[in-house]
Design a binder for this molecule. Structure first.
Ligand SMILES: C[S@@+](CC[C@H](N)C(=O)[O-])C[C@H]1O[C@@H](n2cnc3c(N)ncnc32)[C@H](O)[C@@H]1O
Length: 232
């Protein structure tokens, strides 16, 4: 990739680090290949770094299993929107597989750089193609095969960041979530303060309900909003 100094090699691979993440309540551990967080302000870095909200929501899911795991052992189909590195979606499937054998997560993003990285992170975590897939999905565009499916659970982190994404994102959640199912979204609070009110208007127009809106103070000073969205 041109113009980004030493970050990218000629073959498109980038200077990366691999970080380990431990989730003590469930015992889930993950290895995530990523770009250094300091590159998050570069446009090319956006899908390739782990954003704080993805860790924050994964940690919440780890500690609050009774609030989102089903009481039955039936397989769960989960979808992650705007996956980036895939940390949140990969935590979700590893946790689901502890309770619900046969579960699957579909990781999605519109950027090819993310889809390439997701393939690496799926492999690094020794997950099979029956358990995880990574597919192109641009919010509001239902022409891809994913547009034909619906899911028991949707997760997403740091995906609310400008006015243009709000309506297609809300429509995507409505279309791809099964009736009676939940979506958990976490977002940087500063960006949520800017766009959250309009996002909630779009969710309501799409027929969805914001059941919970919780402000989480992270230890590193970043504030994160966590939403529970339900489809009746
Ligand atoms: C700030 S990053 C967050 C990545 C990851 N969820 C995390 O929290 O670490 C936003 C992600 O959403 C993806 N994205 C942005 N707009 C999108 C759209 N309209 N459709 C699909 N993906 C989109 C970007 O490519 C990027 O990977």
């Amino acid at each position: 990739m041109e113009g980004f100094g030493d970050l990218f090699q000629q073959d498109g691979t980038f200077e990366h680090i691999t970080e380990s993440y431990e989730f003590p309540a469930s015992g889930v551990s993950l290895e995530i290949q990523q770009m250094e967080y300091e590159n998050c302000q570069l446009e090319v870095g956006v899908p390739l770094v782990v954003w704080r909200a993805s860790l924050s929501l994964s940690q919440w899911l780890d500690k609050n299993q009774t609030q989102w795991l089903k009481s039955s052992s039936d397989p769960v189909s989960a979808l992650e929107l705007g996956s980036g590195t895939g940390l949140l979606g990969l935590f979700t499937i590893k946790r689901l597989l502890q309770e619900n054998q046969g579960s699957k997560v579909t990781l999605t993003d519109m950027e090819q750089s993310s889809l390439d990285l997701l393939a690496k992170n799926i492999e690094l975590n020794a997950l099979t193609t029956e358990q995880v897939s990574a597919s192109y999905l641009k919010w509001g565009d239902f022409t891809s095969p994913i547009g034909e499916q619906s899911f028991d659970l949707i997760v997403g982190s740091d995906i609310i960041y400008n006015n243009y994404v709000l309506e297609p994102l809300a429509q995507t959640i409505e279309k791809l979530l099964k009736p009676g199912s939940n979506a958990y979204i976490a977002n940087n609070k500063v960006r949520y303060d800017n766009y959250g009110r309009q996002f909630e208007v779009e969710l309501e127009k799409a027929g969805l309900i914001v059941q919970e809106r919780i402000d989480i103070q992270e230890d590193k000073g970043t504030q994160v909003m966590r939403l529970l969205i339900i489809k009746k």
